[in-house]
Design a binder for this molecule. Structure first.
Ligand code: ZN
Length: 191
């Protein structure tokens, strides 16, 4: 597998997987809320208690994200209304960010196609800041701070949106939204 075969779109890595990985991906996706699940439109609440449950949830979400071939996953996507998401930095292990805040969003923006683990089979163009500083806590309650650019900056903005019940189709152009909904609609009727 060369890098040329791999494309990162918002929350999703698009690449060919071997059959075993593909099975694991499908199993993970089946555990992630899919559009138009109501949980995806809800606002998550601040985390106040850093307990064993939170650590377990963070671990489960990291595993689901990796298995689903994603680079980010928000708690609302697994039906938990707590302000936490996990993401995959370029050269490190997956991390959890609790009560995330995006500060210093760059004025400079870029429009690029995004995918979402909760809206499968659709990509839409979304304008995002090129650089952001992400602050919050990890799952143990320790302060964290990340200076992000490139796909990491886009992913953090996508995940933060999820915690406010905002989806990429709410951020795209009216035309792209219409096209995306047309693709999604037949699937809803059939499922
Ligand atoms: Zn998403």
């Amino acid at each position: 597998m060369t890098d040329a075969d791999e494309r990162i779109e918002g929350q999703v890595i698009e690449e060919e997987l071997d059959p075993e990985r593909e099975t694991r991906r499908r199993f993970a996706l089946a555990q992630i809320r899919q559009y138009p699940d109501a949980a995806l439109k809800l606002q998550a609440r601040p985390v106040q208690e850093f307990d064993e449950q939170l650590v377990k949830l963070a671990g489960r979400m990291k595993q689901l994200m990796t298995d689903a071939n994603g680079i980010g996953l928000a708690a609302t996507q697994v039906g938990v209304l707590q302000r936490m998401f996990v993401f995959q930095p370029e050269e490190e292990d997956a991390v959890a960010v609790v009560n995330p805040q995006l500060v210093d969003l760059s004025q400079e923006t870029e429009v690029s196609d995004e995918g979402c683990l909760s809206i499968q089979g659709v990509t839409v163009p979304v304008e995002r800041s090129l650089r952001v500083t992400l602050v919050g806590q990890d799952e143990h309650g320790d302060d964290v701070r990340y200076e992000l650019d490139g796909y990491e900056a886009r992913c953090a903005q996508h995940e933060a949106d999820h915690l406010d019940g905002v989806l990429m189709i709410d951020r795209t152009t009216p035309e792209a939204r219409k096209e995306a909904l047309a693709i999604l609609r037949p699937r809803i009727v059939l499922s």
